[in-house]
Each structure stands twice: as C-alpha cells, then as structure tokens.
Design a protein around this ligand. Sequence first.
Ligand code: NDP
Length: 341
Amino acid sequence: DPRVHIPTVKLNNGVEMPVLGFGTWLGFNDKMQLDMPTCDKMVDALEYAIDIGYRHIDTAHLYRVEPEIGDVIEKKIKEGVVKREELFITTKVWQHYHREKDVEVSLRHSLRRMKLDYVDQLLIHWPFSHNQQGVDEKIDYLETWRGFEAVLRAGLAKSIGVSNFTIPQLKRLIAFSKVVPATHQIEVNLNLAQRELVDYCKAQGIVVVAYAPFGCMVPSKDYPDSPEPKINNPQMVALARKHNKTVTQIVLRHLYERDLVSVPKTITKSRVLENASIFDFKLDAEDTKVLESFNNGYRSNPVLWYMNFDHYPFEKVKLDKLPEIPSGLLKWKNGKNQNID
Ligand code: NDP
C-alpha cells in the first residue's frame, strides 16, 4: 500500500498542524445547491486518505458533511489505523452563530455530529454575520472572537483561527483581543498570491492556510473569463515535465515552498495520493519566477452576494444588481441523510 509522509508546522500555541489537509467542501451544483450526491465518493476518498497517511481534515458547519466525517474517523480509530490524538480536525463557525454565546453552541453541535470531544482547530468562517434570511446582522467579529477564546479555554478547541479577514480586520482583532489567531485560512493560488496578507500573517506568527489552491485551473471551476493557467497551460506542462510531476503537484509544491499549509479537495482516490506526493522534489528560482508570473489578483470565490455587508473583506466591484445569496448558505439540513438542527 502507498504511504504519504506529510510534514507538520508548529502553530503559535505549540500545536503541530500537518501542512497538507483534506478539503471537504463539495461545491455547488448548477442550481447553486450543495453537491451532496458526491458525498459517498468523498467518504471513500477520506477513508483512503487516512489509510495512506493524511491526518488533517478541513471541514465546516456549512459543508454539511460533519456526520459522515465523524463516521469515517470512528471507523479508522476502531480499525487501529489512527488514534484521535494523531488527527488534526478543523471546523468552522458559520455566520448564523456569531454572538459570543452562540460560538459554543455551534461548536458543540459540530462535536456531536462528528462524535468528538474536541476539535484541533475552530475558525471564524467569514468576518461578517447574517441570519437565515440573509440579513446582515453586523455583529462585531471582536464579540465572536471572545466566544472563540472561551471555547479555547474550555478545551473544546485546541487552537482558534480566522478565515477571509483583511489586514485591517486582523490588526483590530489582535489589538483588542487576548489570543492571536493561530491560523488564517484564505484563498491562495497562482492567480491570487496574496503577498501582502501572507507577509503580514507571517510577521505576526500566524500560519496561512491556502484554500482553493488550484484556483480556476481545474475543469470544475472553468468560469467564463477566468484567466490562465489552466491545467493544460503550456508553461505549466513544461514545469511538470521538467520535474516528472503533474501540474497540480507543481502548484501544491509552490504553496508549500512559500510556507503555506494547503487543503486541496478531491473525491478521486488517485488524486488523494497525487496531491500528497509533493515532498520529494524542489522547485528552482526559474520555476518560481514562472509560477509567480500568473499572479493577477483574480479571485475564484468573491462571494459578491455579500458585497454590501459591513465586514465584507474583498475589493468591491461595480454591479447593476447583486446576485442573491444562494439558499444553501442560509438554511440547511446537516448531513446527507440527516435532518438535525
Ligand atoms: P480546490 O482548489 O481544492 O479544487 C477542487 C477541484 O480540483 C475539484 O474539482 C477536484 O476534483 C479538483 N482536483 C483536486 N485535485 C486534483 C488533481 N490532482 N488533478 C486534477 N484535479 C484535481 O478547491 P476548493 O474550493 O474545494 O478548496 C479546497 C478546500 O478549501 C475546500 O474543500 C474547503 O475545505 C476549503 N475552502 C475554504 C473556504 C473558506 O471560506 N474558508 C472557501 C473554499 C474552500 P475532484 O474532487 O472531482 O477530484
């Protein structure tokens, strides 16, 4: 059986985090509803991932797969493949639960769904808040963070962090809180290098976790007008040939060499192995120059429907009409077969 050896990075609280995790957002289907039919494949892929040596799982209340993830973890512990303390499980608090007291409520629901008594990391999914009707509740993320500090003290989360914040939002959070976030999870890929934000986080001792590491390179995200490099881009293919690797491996290796953690998502077993087989080669300065040349600020996940919210973290664009918030972000059932909270 193949094995992968994924290194770890030490967070600012001493906790070790594997530098590559298993992403579990299944994406929207063409009706902008969650693509749950692929959940069975995700479960198989996750079992395989743990079998071959993945230890870090990235999920969220939003993703609706916590019950299935909990089943896989339980099974792998029973089989003796892994011990709980060897796993690094991240989940996130959705914007319905941003009041200080609600953070623990949200986390306890996540823990129950995953059959765990702690998570290794809890993140504020976005800096803004809204109710199930999609109305901006304008709750200050400083309040939300106090709830995060409380679950950290209670031992329900071993580390706490944020996601999709700006530099000014992070500065304010650090200035007015007791605990500095351990990580910041943001979109980083070849089109969106995020130099300034990454440098700021590094200077503060915050580890950056790259989501959507492939940006719009893969066919599932070939949005109209999305820029190069696509997976068959000649310059990328040449780099892949040079190292006897795939284009996606070159991308993940580049992120690793920038000291970023990444959480690629795949429900395809061969890609589970492929994505973690990046720790046996090095890119040189010329390679890096090519990879950096694709940075153009293009965001694959602009969540434009939130553009007029108080704490919207991205550049605003001119639009005649804002898209509606997809209903799947407002109300849901948890888990493929479950109707709980
Ligand atoms: P990714 O960049 O991980 O891309 C996923 C797509 O790439 C899927 O279509 C997958 O196909 C394909 N793919 C994966 N590996 C390969 C490969 N080796 N070769 C070719 N294609 C490949 O995007 P995500 O948006 O899923 O981001 C990753 C994770 O980050 C999420 O799952 C989630 O955990 C997290 N995330 C967090 C966000 C936040 O707000 N904090 C926002 C977005 C994501 P297939 O599955 O069919 O194999």
